[in-house]
Design a protein around this ligand. Sequence first.
Ligand code: GDP
Length: 438
Amino acid sequence: MFENLTDRLESALKQIKGEGRITELNIAATVKDIRRALVDADVNYKIAKDFTDRVKDKALGEKVLTAVSPGQLMVKIVKDELVDLMGGSESEFNSKGNPAVILIAGLQGSGKTTFSAKLANFLKTRGRLSPMLVAADIYRPAAIDQLKVLGEQIQVDVYSEPENKNAVQIASNAIKEARSKNKNVVIIDTAGRLAIDEAMMTEVANVKSAVNPNEILFVVDSMTGQDAVNTAKAFNDRLDFTGVVLTKLDGDTRGGAALSIKYTVQKPIKFVSSGEKLDTLDVFYPERMAQRILGMGDITTLVEKAQQQFDEEQARKLEKKIRKNQFNFEDFKQQLEQIKKMGNIKDLLGMIPGVGKAIKDIDISDDAFKGIEAMINSMTIKEREDPDLINMSRKQRIAKGSGKGLDEVNAFLKQFEQMKQMMKMMNKMPMGRMGMKR
Ligand code: GDP
């Protein structure tokens, strides 16, 4: 995500690193490079200029602090300005009501339908709410089917009236239905068009007046850069939406949309969506995004994702096994499964400071664990629990069963053995000194 921008900002900021203090003269090149980096990331020139003017003013206005180097100071100023540009702190999502009504709008292909399902899943699992999805696209019967398929995957009811060509009626009926079924959130997926179109706008505006939504979320494809910002403006002029959803952040997006939307429409980004899987939705935190843009990683999100997947009871059992040196292939397999549930592997690694940059050109697919899993799956339960059992003929059987070579099986067993050795060593270390460097 935003790799090019990250690289460019880093090298712009490097220039000031060796300086003893910030002056008008030695800051000029850095400021110019930051501006260029932003423009190349598809941020509108005026926004980029405004941004760097503020950075410059702040940098020159700072008191000289001996404890902080000009390099560190500039990084801090740029980070604070990025956070500000993207909206400051995270914004509230209003899901109070009986039912709360969430209206979803955007162009066709922006990811509206996928987002509607992701939001339903998010509110159900994290917010413990009982959502209902509404298919209010009256032009494309396929859109109704698409929402139904997604609804089934997350076990959320989908309301539709395939014969009805009146989106306002469908939305109003859906809300009545939700009340009778005790659903406390209704998510209405409206029709989109390929381009901004008067009939579409009127229809969404009519639905809005009829259902009085708690939230009107405008969904936009982040890959479309400045176009995304222009579309946002047109929708906001008509709908006065409450928040923005940026989709496809897993793609090759340069960052322009994320950085300029708030400035342009004065509405916060509330969610970011980064994948086709239905659990790839995150609340948007400007602070964390700014850290990622500056290559500082995002440990907070990584830890939260881990907390969502790993349950404490299991963690305690695992720790016990490691302490007793009983960690086996079955435990290993369970760990892999949990890591996979946390999301795209490359994305996760990218949240560790410094790692994102190091692996940016390496292709790490989500299938990276497939070979390992195939080998573990080809072991019997006994073999998984007691790896010492695995002799030559067993190795050959595992190789055959997993479609791997004998050398790969050997290498994997060796790695596993080394991992256990390492755990053993760590167990011997006095508590409290683990991992500490002097
Ligand atoms: P709609 O026409 O606005 O309802 O858009 P859809 O929800 O049908 O999405 C259009 C396409 O984009 C589909 O192929 C989705 O699978 C894909 N898509 C949606 N959100 C994301 C995302 O966050 N990442 C990626 N990579 N693809 C997405």
